[in-house]
Ligand binder design. Structure first.
Ligand code: MD6
Ligand code: FE
Length: 217
């Protein structure tokens, strides 16, 4: 059952069942072998993010001292990013009305105690396409606001298997992850994916980067 948190911001709790979560986790494990996670750095300051990142798909989002950008190769290995995870692609087809496939799947890895500050996702040329977010592992508190950083915010808990579509009027809202929830609750004891530390979390965001009517970069 889906909930509209705001116009265009659609939460699908538990969209991925245990079988799909395990399949997606195996797909991500293979991506991490081919494209090891890196610690991104803030443009200009070089301050490290607490979240580690890698990508799959024709384009990947990277951030370093010279700026944010999409590029077709891993910044350390120089190799093309691995193929998009099939379970992510299938979920894009099921939950977005967008007629073309995503080009980038950003994979964020959170250790316990890490967070992601309030930001907009605006490095894509195609802002008509939604961003699809999929979560695995520890639950997290997702904060979302409006189009101005100072707009009031609300929060929702994202759990393993949840899908969140951020599109339409919400495509450019500010959002972030305030904190992870501990996983020591025995009632909540599904073992997380093997590539995460205990209590860790993985979030995938699938994005269209180039406009579908312009030639691929
Ligand atoms: C996260 N997600 O859930 C961070 N961005 O770990 C995002 O920054 C995000 O969930 C765009 C759309 C959906 C998201
Ligand atoms: Fe984001």
């Amino acid at each position: 059952m889906a909930t509209a948190l705001a116009p265009g911001l659609i939460h699908h709790p538990g969209f991925l069942d245990a079988t799909a979560r395990a399949r997606l986790a195996a797909e991500i494990a293979a991506i991490l072998e081919a494209a090891p996670p890196v610690t991104p750095r803030m443009p200009r300051t070089g301050k490290p993010f607490s979240v580690r990142m890698t990508n799959a798909g024709p384009l990947g989002w990277v951030s370093d001292i010279s700026g944010y950008r999409y590029q077709s190769t891993h910044p350390e290995t120089g190799r093309p990013w691995p193929a998009l995870p099939p379970t992510g692609l299938a979920t894009w087809g099921a939950l977005t009305a967008y007629p073309v496939a995503p080009e980038a799947c950003l994979i964020n890895l959170y250790a316990p105690g890490t967070r992601m500050g309030l930001h907009q996702d605006r490095d894509e040329a195609d802002l008509a396409a939604p961003v699809l977010s999929l979560s695995l592992g520890a639950a997290a508190l997702f904060r979302y606001g409006g189009l101005d950083r100072s707009d009031p915010t609300r929060s929702v808990r994202l759990q393993s298997g949840d899908a969140l579509v951020i599109g339409g009027a919400s495509r450019l809202i500010y959002h972030g992850i305030d904190r992870l929830y501990p996983t020591d609750d025995l009632l909540d004891a599904e073992a997380g994916p093997a590539f995460l530390p205990p209590g860790g979390r993985c979030n995938l965001t699938l994005r269209r980067v180039t406009r579908a009517d312009e030639p691929p970069r």
